[in-house]
Design a protein around this ligand. Structure first.
Ligand code: NAD
Ligand code: DAU
Length: 337
């Protein structure tokens, strides 16, 4: 039995991860530590509160006292740090909380992991640490780090800090850098859920700039299977890119959503571009495929339909979000552009 600290487990990827692990195996005891920011939602974990292999703690990863208390109480074997402020647009509006949570918070966890001698520490990083690509080429694990937004620079700092703790102290660190995820429970500020929900509400779909920015999409379950593999079988001190070779322009994604929902392309509205908008991300995932025998299992066309259907079937989940305290930000940022 392994005791695993999962931070940020009430967010999009973390909650999918916990739901996935607890439905498939019973040899992990998971402690989910989450601050429950606007993006954290315990509804994502409905039904597992009663699982004997699960405990939830509301708290901030920058709270060193709490972290020490939890490490003492649970003697974690593994740590997976999903917790972060994750939205680029918000980091452009105000960066401080990004550096607090993503940088200082990661440092607090690394220090505790070192003192309590955890067996493995997985830092969930992102492909955005590599910056932006031109029309050609892919990010490999040796591509120089060149982040462009406050969000990606905070993630790059955390990523490099984790690797430095391996180099300096021998902390058993692993780092994953994944591309854009989609799937159930994604907060409706991100491209895919935002566009689905706006289309369902016959609101305009705001596409930044010319809509030709490219993202490399992966279904959240495929990402989480890769996380599980890297944590258990990855080589200590290594970085693993994760991606599903599914490059799409934003306009392609939006048109596909409109088609699936039977809505008119007249809903599309080109709006002012995001500041410093990265043009293209694309992942070379050869390393994780060859070393760890991982490959994506979901075909994009099916998984995106499954995702759209999830939002159709879980209207209450997102209606509560877009009408709650998020409503003001949502209206200002997206509906009045
Ligand atoms: P999310 O915003 O949906 O969830 C983040 C979670 O972290 C929330 O539950 C939030 O309450 C929690 N959190 C934030 N600050 C915290 C703090 N200080 N202490 C404790 N909990 C805190 O984000 P997501 O999309 O699920 O992303 C999860 C991780 O994966 C992030 O580290 C992100 O950088 C990384 N990532 C995301 C993507 C993507 O496409 N979404 C791709 C690659 C990597
Ligand atoms: O690449 C991994 C990253 O992917 C993660 O590290 C981040 O946490 C995650 O938020 C995501 O970042 P992006 O900025 O790529 O995702 P977002 O969904 O915000 O935007 C995707 C693309 O869509 C981007 O080119 C901006 C564009 N966009 C986004 C929104 C919200 C629009 O055109 N209109 C919109 O309203």
């Amino acid at each position: 039995m392994k005791t695993v600290l999962v931070t940020g487990g009430a967010g999009f990827i973390g909650s999918n991860f916990i739901n996935h692990i607890l439905s498939e195996r019973d040899d992990w005891f998971i402690v989910n530590l989450d601050k429950l920011t606007y993006a954290g939602n315990l509804e994502n974990l409905k039904g597992i509160e009663e699982n004997k292999n699960y405990a939830f703690v509301k708290g901030d990863i920058i709270n060193g006292e709490l972290i020490d208390f939890l490490f003492t109480k649970y003697s974690f074997n593994y740590v997976i740090n999903f917790a972060a402020e994750s939205h680029v647009d918000r980091s452009i509006l105000g960066s401080e909380v990004f550096f607090q949570s993503n940088v200082i918070g990661t440092n607090v966890l690394l220090e505790a992991a070192r003192r309590f001698e955890v067996e493995r520490f997985l830092q969930i990083s992102t492909d955005e640490v590599y910056g932006s690509l031109g029309a050609e080429g892919l990010f490999t694990e040796t591509t120089p780090i060149a982040p462009n937004s406050p969000y990606s620079s905070s993630k790059a700092a955390a990523d490099l800090m984790a690797l430095s703790f391996h180099h300096t102290y021998g902390l058993p660190v692993l780092v994953t850098r994944c591309s854009n995820n989609y799937g159930s429970y994604q907060f409706p500020e991100k491209l895919i859920p935002l566009m689905i929900i706006n289309a369902l509400n016959d609101k305009k779909l705001p596409i930044y700039g010319d809509g030709l920015n490219v993202r490399d999409w992966i279904y959240v379950i495929d990402h989480n299977r890769a996380v599980e593999k890297v944590l258990e079988n990855g080589r200590i001190g290594e970085v693993y890119n994760i991606g599903a070779e599914q490059e799409m322009t934003n306009i392609q994604i939006v048109k596909l959503i409109l088609k699936h929902l039977g809505k008119s392309e007249d809903l599309i509205e080109f709006v002012k571009d995001r500041l410093g908008h990265d043009r293209r991300y694309a992942i070379d995932a050869a390393k994780i495929k060859t070393e760890l025998n991982w490959k994506p299992e979901f075909v994009f066309e099916e998984a995106i339909e499954r995702t759209i259907d999830w939002y159709l079937q879980n209207k209450e989940w997102w209606e509560r979000i877009i009408s709650g305290e998020y409503a003001k930000y949502y209206a200002e940022q997206y509906l009045t552009r």
